[in-house]
Design a protein around this ligand. Sequence first.
Ligand code: PLP
Length: 450
Amino acid sequence: NAQMPYSPQHYLPTPPTTSPLFRNKEVTDLDPIADINIHEMIQSIIADKMEDEAAFFAADLSAVFQAVQMWRQSPMGERVEIFYAVKCNPSPPVLHLLSLLGLSFDCASTSEVTQVLSLPVKPNPKRIIYANPCKPASHIRAAQAQGVEMMTFDNADELYKIKRLYPQAKLVLRMLTDDSKSLCRLGLKYGAPLSTCPGLFAVAKQLGLNVIGVSFHVGSGCKDPMLFADAIWRARKVFDMGKSAGYDFTLLDVGGGFERATFAEMSQVVRDSLDLYFPVELGIRVIAEPGRLLVSSAFTLATHIIARRRAIPSGIAMPSSPKEDISEEDQGNEEGTDVMYYINDGVYGSFNCIMFDHQIVHPYPLSLGHSPTWAVPSFPPPPNVHLPVDLSVKLGYVENEKASVWGPTCDSIDCVRETVKLPKGLEVGDWLGWGEMGAYTLCAASTFNG
Ligand code: PLP
């Protein structure tokens, strides 16, 4: 719970324990290789819950740790510093771990800055970039009071505002770049087109403001690594425009948009483009603002089946959801569904990622007929869940049926999956798990319908 008052006791592994979660192993503080299987952990929580049906998240922070390691060991790892995008998942344990790992932060509001500066290991405010090009005046004043120096802009009014409120700020121009291959096209809202950059630099110079560099964002959930090459090439042009205006930029911010599936290629593309357009000898500091990449796979959501109905007759319109990322096997055919499940989290809650972040979520049964599913062979678990092989073999084949999965509110848009194959025998009171739920989920959940 992001709102939970912060206390390290909430998540730090306890000293050696007899809990089955830790398999009687010695678990040291933040030991990344401690053998804690998140699936077992969730099963154990469910077993302890008895009558408590509340949906819950389980987080495997070692996945966050491993994502940071992956970044650091990647081709761009040595050159590109991480400023974690807090908005993506501001859970206190995540922020605390990242601060312990020496990361810096991208904040988008005063409350994010305050949260980061309240961490037990308080980062230097100079390690925060206020990466929101359109800020309320009060937030700019607060940034100054909190010692945050770096902030982005993409328009002249913002420059006048900053001149009035915080003229010493270190400014970073957010330029527009091609985000057409991304799930969330941030360029629709932010980013100065290249043609406007010389004018903006001229205004900044006239106001005596300190512009230190350039940032961009290729869009969240970027599918095409080559967009980074294009953006870094554009950034070179903007650096040159800055030079003509009398600035000598020292910072390049390559933003977020990184995804696990394409990370290896993206990292190589960024590295090669930097070598080409911003070689090390120039001494340019390069930072990035990854969000999704670091947290997505670390969080699993467990939801309770609160109701079940035989499916509505086919022919009744269902809310549509994007289908490209759903395998045919998973979708079933188009002739409607056999059964409708209602769960206790939906698109107004943690599954807001379906609406706002265009995510497609994949359920797997955590229990079947009230028995834990250590393995149901017909259900490949999400990549971060490792089921014991012996049990997979012991359990027989479970027949599937086509289902739709709905959230708890009285709104028909609250559909989590329109069609998905789930095993026959799921009952009210069983649990469904959802992997890859760490990015843009709990941070934007509402309490609609109470
Ligand atoms: N930086 C900025 C300014 C953003 O707006 C976002 C996401 O909206 C991010 C970074 C993080 O992007 P991602 O989670 O795709 O890495």
